[in-house]
Design a protein around this ligand. Structure first.
Ligand SMILES: O=C[C@H](O)[C@H](O)[C@H](O)COP(=O)(O)O
Length: 264
Protein backbone atom coordinates (compact mmCIF):
# COMPACT_ATOMS: atom_id res chain seq x y z
CA UNK A 1 0.00 0.00 0.00
CA UNK A 2 1.33 3.47 -0.89
CA UNK A 3 2.50 5.57 2.05
CA UNK A 4 1.11 9.13 2.09
CA UNK A 5 3.65 11.95 1.70
CA UNK A 6 1.98 14.92 3.39
CA UNK A 7 4.90 17.34 3.34
CA UNK A 8 5.88 16.96 -0.27
CA UNK A 9 7.68 20.08 -1.51
CA UNK A 10 7.98 18.95 -5.05
CA UNK A 11 8.62 15.90 -7.16
CA UNK A 12 10.97 15.55 -10.06
CA UNK A 13 9.50 13.00 -12.42
CA UNK A 14 11.05 10.61 -14.93
CA UNK A 15 13.64 12.88 -16.57
CA UNK A 16 15.80 13.06 -13.46
CA UNK A 17 15.77 9.29 -13.10
CA UNK A 18 18.27 8.59 -15.86
CA UNK A 19 20.92 6.86 -13.77
CA UNK A 20 22.52 4.68 -14.93
CA UNK A 21 22.70 6.18 -18.43
CA UNK A 22 22.14 3.79 -21.31
CA UNK A 23 22.64 4.15 -25.08
CA UNK A 24 19.56 5.55 -26.83
CA UNK A 25 19.21 2.39 -28.92
CA UNK A 26 19.02 0.19 -25.81
CA UNK A 27 15.73 -0.59 -24.14
CA UNK A 28 15.28 1.27 -20.81
CA UNK A 29 16.80 -0.66 -17.91
CA UNK A 30 14.55 -0.67 -14.82
CA UNK A 31 16.12 1.16 -11.90
CA UNK A 32 17.39 -1.12 -9.15
CA UNK A 33 17.17 -0.30 -5.45
CA UNK A 34 20.87 0.51 -5.60
CA UNK A 35 20.25 2.99 -8.44
CA UNK A 36 17.55 4.67 -6.34
CA UNK A 37 19.88 4.97 -3.34
CA UNK A 38 22.50 6.57 -5.57
CA UNK A 39 20.02 9.01 -7.09
CA UNK A 40 18.82 10.15 -3.65
CA UNK A 41 22.43 10.51 -2.48
CA UNK A 42 23.46 12.61 -5.48
CA UNK A 43 20.44 14.89 -5.05
CA UNK A 44 21.40 15.47 -1.41
CA UNK A 45 24.98 16.33 -2.30
CA UNK A 46 23.59 19.21 -4.40
CA UNK A 47 23.03 20.95 -1.02
CA UNK A 48 26.76 20.80 -0.23
CA UNK A 49 28.73 23.97 -0.94
CA UNK A 50 32.45 24.73 -0.77
CA UNK A 51 33.72 25.60 2.70
CA UNK A 52 31.09 23.53 4.52
CA UNK A 53 31.50 21.09 7.39
CA UNK A 54 29.64 17.96 6.29
CA UNK A 55 28.31 15.12 8.44
CA UNK A 56 29.08 11.92 6.56
CA UNK A 57 26.46 9.24 7.24
CA UNK A 58 26.82 5.47 7.35
CA UNK A 59 25.34 2.63 5.33
CA UNK A 60 24.71 1.51 1.78
CA UNK A 61 22.90 4.74 0.82
CA UNK A 62 25.18 7.20 2.59
CA UNK A 63 28.25 5.65 0.98
CA UNK A 64 27.01 6.96 -2.39
CA UNK A 65 26.91 10.48 -0.95
CA UNK A 66 30.44 10.13 0.41
CA UNK A 67 31.65 8.90 -2.98
CA UNK A 68 29.90 11.79 -4.75
CA UNK A 69 31.46 14.39 -2.40
CA UNK A 70 34.89 12.90 -3.14
CA UNK A 71 34.17 12.98 -6.88
CA UNK A 72 33.23 16.69 -6.74
CA UNK A 73 36.32 17.46 -4.64
CA UNK A 74 38.54 15.71 -7.17
CA UNK A 75 36.91 17.62 -10.01
CA UNK A 76 37.54 20.90 -8.16
CA UNK A 77 33.81 21.63 -8.04
CA UNK A 78 33.92 21.55 -4.24
CA UNK A 79 36.77 22.99 -2.16
CA UNK A 80 37.56 23.40 1.54
CA UNK A 81 35.18 20.67 2.64
CA UNK A 82 35.59 19.07 6.06
CA UNK A 83 33.85 15.74 6.66
CA UNK A 84 32.74 14.48 10.08
CA UNK A 85 32.31 10.69 9.75
CA UNK A 86 29.59 8.93 11.74
CA UNK A 87 31.33 5.53 11.92
CA UNK A 88 34.66 3.80 11.47
CA UNK A 89 33.32 2.35 8.23
CA UNK A 90 32.63 5.83 6.84
CA UNK A 91 35.92 7.14 8.18
CA UNK A 92 37.72 4.38 6.24
CA UNK A 93 35.82 5.17 3.05
CA UNK A 94 36.45 8.92 3.37
CA UNK A 95 40.15 8.43 4.09
CA UNK A 96 40.48 6.12 1.07
CA UNK A 97 38.80 8.75 -1.12
CA UNK A 98 40.89 11.64 0.22
CA UNK A 99 38.14 13.65 1.94
CA UNK A 100 39.62 15.92 4.67
CA UNK A 101 38.18 14.88 8.04
CA UNK A 102 37.69 16.26 11.52
CA UNK A 103 35.41 15.62 14.50
CA UNK A 104 32.88 17.41 16.69
CA UNK A 105 35.55 18.37 19.22
CA UNK A 106 37.22 20.59 16.63
CA UNK A 107 34.13 21.36 14.51
CA UNK A 108 31.10 21.37 16.83
CA UNK A 109 28.77 22.85 14.22
CA UNK A 110 28.00 20.83 11.12
CA UNK A 111 26.55 22.75 8.16
CA UNK A 112 24.88 19.79 6.45
CA UNK A 113 24.68 16.13 7.46
CA UNK A 114 23.63 13.52 4.91
CA UNK A 115 22.62 10.01 5.98
CA UNK A 116 20.34 7.09 5.14
CA UNK A 117 17.58 5.70 7.35
CA UNK A 118 15.87 2.38 7.99
CA UNK A 119 12.37 3.84 8.33
CA UNK A 120 10.86 7.28 7.68
CA UNK A 121 7.35 8.07 8.92
CA UNK A 122 4.93 10.68 7.61
CA UNK A 123 6.23 13.24 10.16
CA UNK A 124 9.84 12.67 9.02
CA UNK A 125 10.72 10.79 12.20
CA UNK A 126 13.29 8.08 11.59
CA UNK A 127 14.52 4.73 12.75
CA UNK A 128 18.25 4.42 12.20
CA UNK A 129 20.99 2.13 13.42
CA UNK A 130 20.22 -1.23 11.90
CA UNK A 131 23.85 -1.10 10.77
CA UNK A 132 24.86 -0.40 14.38
CA UNK A 133 26.02 3.21 13.96
CA UNK A 134 23.18 5.09 15.64
CA UNK A 135 25.12 6.76 18.48
CA UNK A 136 27.74 8.58 16.43
CA UNK A 137 25.13 9.33 13.79
CA UNK A 138 22.84 10.95 16.35
CA UNK A 139 25.70 12.97 17.86
CA UNK A 140 26.79 14.33 14.47
CA UNK A 141 23.30 14.84 13.05
CA UNK A 142 22.04 16.60 16.18
CA UNK A 143 24.87 19.09 15.63
CA UNK A 144 23.83 19.81 12.03
CA UNK A 145 22.08 22.97 10.87
CA UNK A 146 20.55 20.87 8.10
CA UNK A 147 20.08 17.10 8.24
CA UNK A 148 19.24 15.57 4.88
CA UNK A 149 18.01 11.98 4.89
CA UNK A 150 18.39 9.93 1.74
CA UNK A 151 16.23 6.87 1.11
CA UNK A 152 14.68 4.79 -1.59
CA UNK A 153 10.92 4.57 -1.37
CA UNK A 154 10.97 1.18 0.42
CA UNK A 155 11.94 3.02 3.64
CA UNK A 156 8.66 4.96 3.93
CA UNK A 157 6.33 3.69 6.66
CA UNK A 158 3.07 4.82 8.22
CA UNK A 159 4.34 4.37 11.77
CA UNK A 160 7.84 3.69 13.09
CA UNK A 161 8.35 0.11 14.21
CA UNK A 162 5.34 -1.15 12.24
CA UNK A 163 7.48 -2.91 9.61
CA UNK A 164 8.28 -5.81 11.94
CA UNK A 165 11.97 -4.87 11.85
CA UNK A 166 14.01 -3.80 14.85
CA UNK A 167 14.35 -0.58 16.76
CA UNK A 168 18.03 -0.75 17.76
CA UNK A 169 19.11 0.41 21.21
CA UNK A 170 22.80 0.83 22.10
CA UNK A 171 23.57 -0.48 25.60
CA UNK A 172 26.67 -1.01 27.72
CA UNK A 173 27.87 -4.64 27.61
CA UNK A 174 27.72 -4.99 31.42
CA UNK A 175 24.70 -7.21 32.22
CA UNK A 176 23.24 -6.51 28.76
CA UNK A 177 20.79 -9.44 29.10
CA UNK A 178 19.28 -7.78 32.13
CA UNK A 179 19.05 -4.44 30.30
CA UNK A 180 17.34 -6.23 27.39
CA UNK A 181 14.81 -7.80 29.78
CA UNK A 182 14.05 -4.39 31.29
CA UNK A 183 13.55 -2.88 27.85
CA UNK A 184 11.22 -5.73 26.83
CA UNK A 185 9.05 -5.14 29.89
CA UNK A 186 8.55 -1.47 29.02
CA UNK A 187 6.13 -2.21 26.17
CA UNK A 188 3.23 -4.56 25.72
CA UNK A 189 4.01 -7.11 22.99
CA UNK A 190 7.71 -6.15 22.77
CA UNK A 191 10.53 -8.66 22.18
CA UNK A 192 14.14 -7.74 22.93
CA UNK A 193 17.16 -9.52 21.48
CA UNK A 194 20.84 -8.76 21.84
CA UNK A 195 22.14 -8.44 18.28
CA UNK A 196 24.65 -11.09 17.40
CA UNK A 197 27.32 -11.23 14.75
CA UNK A 198 27.31 -14.24 12.42
CA UNK A 199 30.95 -13.63 11.50
CA UNK A 200 31.86 -13.91 15.19
CA UNK A 201 30.13 -17.27 15.84
CA UNK A 202 27.02 -15.66 17.22
CA UNK A 203 28.90 -13.46 19.70
CA UNK A 204 27.25 -10.10 20.42
CA UNK A 205 27.69 -7.45 17.74
CA UNK A 206 30.05 -4.75 19.07
CA UNK A 207 29.55 -1.12 18.03
CA UNK A 208 32.29 1.40 17.19
CA UNK A 209 31.94 2.54 20.80
CA UNK A 210 32.53 -0.97 22.19
CA UNK A 211 28.88 -1.35 23.20
CA UNK A 212 26.15 -3.87 22.34
CA UNK A 213 22.89 -3.40 20.46
CA UNK A 214 19.55 -4.62 21.79
CA UNK A 215 16.98 -5.00 19.00
CA UNK A 216 13.40 -4.24 20.03
CA UNK A 217 10.52 -5.73 18.01
CA UNK A 218 7.06 -4.27 18.52
CA UNK A 219 4.05 -6.49 17.94
CA UNK A 220 1.66 -3.62 18.65
CA UNK A 221 3.70 -0.64 17.42
CA UNK A 222 5.79 1.80 19.44
CA UNK A 223 2.88 4.07 20.38
CA UNK A 224 3.72 7.62 21.39
CA UNK A 225 7.27 8.08 20.13
CA UNK A 226 8.40 10.80 22.55
CA UNK A 227 7.08 8.82 25.52
CA UNK A 228 8.75 5.65 24.24
CA UNK A 229 12.02 7.53 23.81
CA UNK A 230 11.93 8.77 27.41
CA UNK A 231 11.12 5.34 28.78
CA UNK A 232 13.92 3.65 26.84
CA UNK A 233 16.47 6.28 27.85
CA UNK A 234 15.36 5.89 31.47
CA UNK A 235 16.61 2.29 31.65
CA UNK A 236 20.00 2.05 33.34
CA UNK A 237 22.59 0.73 30.91
CA UNK A 238 20.95 2.29 27.85
CA UNK A 239 23.13 4.75 25.98
CA UNK A 240 20.95 5.76 23.02
CA UNK A 241 18.18 4.46 20.78
CA UNK A 242 17.65 4.57 17.04
CA UNK A 243 14.59 6.84 16.94
CA UNK A 244 15.59 10.19 15.44
CA UNK A 245 12.58 12.33 16.32
CA UNK A 246 12.15 15.75 14.75
CA UNK A 247 15.75 15.79 13.56
CA UNK A 248 15.48 15.46 9.77
CA UNK A 249 15.08 18.76 7.96
CA UNK A 250 14.71 17.24 4.48
CA UNK A 251 14.12 13.71 3.26
CA UNK A 252 15.06 12.90 -0.33
CA UNK A 253 13.05 9.89 -1.50
CA UNK A 254 14.04 8.20 -4.76
CA UNK A 255 11.28 6.08 -6.29
CA UNK A 256 10.73 4.38 -9.60
CA UNK A 257 8.66 7.32 -10.81
CA UNK A 258 10.71 10.24 -9.54
CA UNK A 259 12.52 11.96 -6.69
CA UNK A 260 10.45 13.51 -3.92
CA UNK A 261 11.75 16.11 -1.47
CA UNK A 262 9.99 16.10 1.89
CA UNK A 263 10.62 19.12 4.07
CA UNK A 264 9.73 20.17 7.60
O1 LIG B 1 23.49 2.06 11.45
C1 LIG B 1 23.21 2.29 10.29
C2 LIG B 1 22.66 3.55 9.80
O2 LIG B 1 21.72 4.14 10.64
C3 LIG B 1 22.17 3.53 8.37
O3 LIG B 1 22.15 4.86 7.93
C4 LIG B 1 20.79 2.94 8.19
O4 LIG B 1 20.77 1.63 8.73
C5 LIG B 1 20.38 2.88 6.70
O5 LIG B 1 21.27 2.08 6.03
P1 LIG B 1 21.11 1.71 4.49
O6 LIG B 1 21.26 2.97 3.71
O7 LIG B 1 22.23 0.73 4.22
O8 LIG B 1 19.76 1.08 4.33
Amino acid sequence: MAIPLPRCLYTEKGASMSSPPCPSSSPAIPLSQEDLKKIAAHKAVDYVKSGMVIGLGTGSTAQHAVARIAELLNQGELTNIIGIPTSKQTLDQAVALGIPLSDLDDHPTVDVAIDGADEVDTELNLIKGRGGSLLREKMVEASAKKFIVIVDESKLVRGLGSSGHALPVEVVPFCAKNTARKLERLFDGCKAEIRVCRQRNGEPFVTDNANYIVNLFFEKGIGNLEAASERILGVEGVIEHGMFLGMATTVVVAGKSGVTFLDK
